[in-house]
Design a protein around this ligand. Sequence first.
Ligand code: MTE
Ligand code: MO
Length: 320
Amino acid sequence: MLIRQKRGWELPESEATPEAVFRDRRRILQAMGMGALMAAAPAEAVLAAVPADPSAGLYPAKRNDRYTLDRPITPEKLATTYNNFYEFGSQKTIADDAQELPIRPWTVTIDGMVEKPLTLGIDDLLKRVTLEERLYRHRCVEAWSMAVPWTGFPMKTLVDMAQPLSSATYVRMQTFEDPKVAPGQKQFWYPWPYIEGVTMAEATNELAFLVTGMYGKPVPRQDGAPLRLALPWKYGFKSIKSIVKFTFTNERPVSFWEKLQGDEYGFWANVNPDVPHPRWSQATERELGSDERVPTLIYNGYGEYVAAMYKDIKGEELFR
Ligand SMILES: Nc1nc2c(c(=O)[nH]1)N[C@H]1C(S)=C(S)[C@@H](COP(=O)(O)O)O[C@H]1N2
Ligand SMILES: [Mo]
């Protein structure tokens, strides 16, 4: 995804040093007025004293067995330490830095062309939905992939809450904006805030899933806490993280990546092994934790659920 900077794999490994972990622990302890404990107690024991996520009791949720995998679940450690979250930097090792993101209070706004505009806290939203677990594949446009047990609720539930007007044809989504905690947002050449968009048909497709949890726990900050999207048939950049706003509109949203480099990252971005990225092949992918390459599938293997939405769309780059 990089445009004007070095690629993640060219950056020094020192990004993920134990020093960074230590710095975070020290920060947490100081915030708790427990600095004196630092010398005495093992860091793990003290971290256990950090107040729990108020939604922790909702997990694990019951698994929906309709969505099955053709491969093993990616080890949690990999899925939660190899991330794309440009708000915290363009390297893959942003997990420690992302712990700076405050996820309570977290306000979600639903506005635009709707009968029921709504502003509510994440925990109130969680009270209005039924959580379930789904096993989904995730295919990044950079040609790595993972298989993850997400927990969340269908995006259609949120659409139904909002009661969109018949004139609404798209949903535009927006990530938090706070350069004080997300240093990537000080990089002025990126078009912050991160924006993504889907059509109303996509938003209400049964696969479109709003994620609040992962591996049977609240989703960690680096993976998009407290609310992110999972669109398993599209390249990963469509699955926007840490969402604060859903706007129903009749104008096609221009996403973060499309603004930056529209010839490489378009609105539709459906996975297709036969349509190469302008700079690399999309025919195969590397599963996190493996060095082998496996074939990439059209719509990332989800064609039976989604292909019908695109059959009458002509003259559009559906696969970029
Ligand atoms: N706000 C925001 N959302 C984002 C991104 C980002 O940089 N910022 N990266 C996207 C990309 S390119 C991918 S592949 C996935 C990565 O999700 P993961 O880190 O949980 O694997 O998040 C997507 N959502
Ligand atoms: Mo990605």
